[in-house]
Write a protein that binds this ligand. Structure first.
Ligand code: SF4
Length: 263
């Protein structure tokens, strides 16, 4: 065969993470989500980080309640779930009976800092050696776009149709900063996925959080800002611009705590 008949040389530069179950399930996973939803990217980040750290056989994911829970069907490691907001309690029990496991929760903002605020504060106070990944889309996405603890001032939701008014509805909760104030916490960071550079940075945050747990140092936490275009009444592209222009000024990105031992 001459060179011309061989055609252009193809090189695979990116592909499906090995810890996604199969191509079929990957398609199923994506089909569950609205166009432009970034929650599946959180699943991809987790799969990539676990694969690169080589901890897939030790990983146990505890799902909260919300759109992120669909991820449970597409990731090839142990997964469980429980009552709304109770994921840190379940993760605590699993970590204590399986201390070699890498136990982490994936929770929405409502699940983590509203319904599950008591479970979160308990785990933070005890310095449980688990990882909490909080998906922050600034509303209750699954149930129709109601105001959440993370809704920014002026943001329109189905329960704040004139925009969140701090005189009536208060101010947003800044979870990553709050978590960083607890003594038993080793790591707290907030990332976003609205640009490739931020995707890579957020992957580093999640990788570091898992590393801290593997080292046995305190609780690690990563908040990820994600687009929810239908409930924001925006196109996917407009959602990315809104994250840059509105969400990030209120929710600054970066690491808020990173220690290798607890004082
Ligand atoms: S409602 Fe929002 S978070 Fe839920 S799948 Fe749709 S875009 Fe994603």
């Amino acid at each position: 065969m001459n060179k011309k008949a061989e055609g252009p040389k193809k090189e695979k530069v990116v592909g499906t993470p090995a810890l996604f179950v199969t191509e079929w399930w990957t398609q199923f996973l994506w089909d569950m989500y609205c166009p432009g939803c970034q929650t599946p990217l959180v699943g991809r980040l987790i799969a990539e980080a676990i694969e690169e750290l080589g901890i897939g056989d030790r990983a146990i994911m505890v799902m909260g309640n919300g759109c992120h829970a669909y991820l449970a069907g597409g990731l090839d490691f142990d997964v469980t779930s429980g009552g709304h907001g109770r994921a840190p309690d379940i993760a605590t029990a699993m970590k204590r009976v399986m201390p070699d496991g890498i136990v982490f929760t994936v929770q929405g903002d409502g699940d983590c800092v509203a319904i599950g605020a008591d479970a979160l504060i308990g785990a933070l106070s005890r310095g449980e050696k688990i990882t909490i990944i909080m998906v922050n889309n600034t509303n209750y996405g699954t149930t129709g776009g109601q105001m959440a603890p993370t809704t920014i001032v002026g943001q329109v939701t189905t329960t704040s149709p004139q925009g969140r008014n701090p005189d009536v509805e208060g101010y947003p909760t800044h979870a990553a900063e709050l978590v960083a104030t607890f003594r038993g916490v080793s790591y707290s960071a907030r990332g976003s996925l609205h640009t490739t550079a931020n995707y890579r940075r957020t992957k580093k945050y999640i990788t570091t959080a898992f590393q801290r747990q593997a080292e046995g140092v305190g609780l690690s936490f990563v908040e990820v800002i994600t687009a929810c275009p239908p409930n924001w009444h925006m196109t996917p592209i407009e959602s990315l611009a809104w994250i840059e222009e509105k969400a990030i000024p209120d929710f600054p990105l970066g690491e808020f705590k990173n220690v290798t031992h607890i004082e």
